[in-house]
Write a protein that binds this ligand. Structure first.
Ligand SMILES: *Cc1c(COP(=O)(O)O)cnc(C)c1O
Length: 387
């Protein structure tokens, strides 16, 4: 790992901003890059999207009103140290406090900064016991830090213990290894994961510059073994904050059979404000993708709300509102309304045209066969969702 000013100086022409960032980050936030990921940096251009994700700049340690140490309010939802439990039927499992690369936009930097201490075998055992005693949890996301910064033996043990819990239906491993340390994805690791199916690897590509032959091999190795790979991109100002970049990234990932899952609005993590985009930028990117390219390449735009309120997704304003087919929205031209008088809604097409969509005559949407198919009413209430 390249960690120090001298390490980075040897491979890139550091700007004064980056030098000040390195000085300011010392003792506050970890800095570290794998030699592989460092080799993708443009040594001369400070706006290189790889470099901006790993080399701190002065703004990271400057004044930052509104930034939060615990941006997602996770610490109030930690029944044990290694578990974050916010949603009825799933839990986040913190398996490690360290990573192969320390992202400048990390949302969990209070943990990856090392202040809380490492997650050891005892804290993992405590998390496993917690999952075992919570039958409503059917999906466990193993994260950290980066769980694949642990050895096969250590992460294998955690995942096998979780797989052995009867009510755990699916496992996810949230890791940047395919992006920053693709050689970590060995045939042995892929085979280990495959045995624990259904298990998803959720990775974190942010820019097409990260889409190398090595990264492709890592992703395809997982998929070829039968382990589906999903991607979460963090929207980063001046790194990937354009429709062209996101579309290009997602097209490349899809060609490797990696499915774009979330496009994350930046969290309010300390020292990340300079990398955050206005909400309208993410919405504009979705608007530029929808209809123009494969729906498979269009991720969910997620905002994880501060204070522990959880994730919500945003959509461009396709729904103009309820209305009458004979009364097009004010100022609209080129409107389309099918014949009929039924009331309904005006929507905006991806090409910008207002189109009327009528409500059906019948509106009772209860499913009578549910009673037959789900005879056990109690099972329906599992997870406290009240379904
Ligand atoms: C994001 C997240 C999840 C998973 O959310 P999905 O929408 O199911 O992907 C679970 N727990 C926590 C604490 C999270 O932040």
């Amino acid at each position: 790992m390249l960690r120090t000013l001298a390490d980075l100086e040897a491979v890139v022409d550091l700007t004064p901003e980056e030098r000040r960032g390195m000085a300011g980050a010392a003792g506050r936030f970890r800095v570290g890059v794998t030699p592989y990921y460092a080799s993708l940096m443009d040594p001369r251009h400070p706006h290189c999207p790889v470099r901006m994700q790993v080399v701190p700049v002065a703004a990271e340690t400057g004044e930052a009103e509104g930034d939060l140490r615990d941006p997602l309010g996770e610490d109030g939802h930690r029944p044990v140290r290694s578990i974050v439990h916010k949603y009825p039927d799933r839990a986040l499992f913190l398996a490690a406090d360290h990573c192969a690369v320390y992202c400048r936009h990390c949302t969990r930097r209070r943990i990856t900064g090392g202040e809380e201490g490492a997650f050891d075998r005892d804290s993992a055992a405590e998390g496993i016991a917690w999952v075992r005693s919570h039958p409503e949890v059917r999906d466990v996301i193993v994260s950290g830090g980066d769980p694949l910064a642990l050895s096969d033996d250590r992460i294998g043990w955690i995942l096998e213990e979780l797989r052995a819990v009867p009510h755990v239906e699916i496992l996810r491993v949230a890791t940047r290894a395919p992006v920053v340390n693709p050689m970590r994805i060995t045939g042995a690791l892929a085979a280990l994961l495959r045995k624990l199916a259904p298990i998803f690897v959720v990775t974190h590509f942010n820019h097409p510059k990260e889409c190398t032959a090595e990264a492709r091999e890592a992703c395809e190795r997982l998929v070829d073994h039968g382990v589906p790979v999903e991607n979460q991109t963090v929207l980063l100002r001046r790194v990937n904050s354009s429709a062209r970049t996101i579309a290009d990234l997602n097209h490349r990932l899809l060609s490797w059979r990696v499915r774009p899952y979330y496009l994350h609005q930046g969290d309010l993590a300390e020292g990340t404000g300079h990398l955050r985009t206005p909400l309208a930028v993410g919405l504009g990117i979705l608007e530029a993708l929808r209809g123009h390219t494969s729906g498979l390449a269009v991720p969910h735009l997620a905002v994880d709300l501060p204070g522990g309120a959880g994730k919500v997704t945003l959509q461009p304003g396709w729904l103009l509102g309820p209305g009458d087919p004979a009364v097009p929205p004010a100022g609209a031209s080129g409107t389309v309304a099918p014949p009929g008088r039924a009331r309904g809604h005006w929507l905006r097409s991806w090409r910008g045209r207002p189109v009327f969509y009528p409500e059906p005559l019948e509106t009772d949407c209860t499913c009578p066969y549910d009673e037959v198919f789900y005879g056990d009413r109690a099972a329906l209430r599992r997870g406290g969702n009240g379904w």
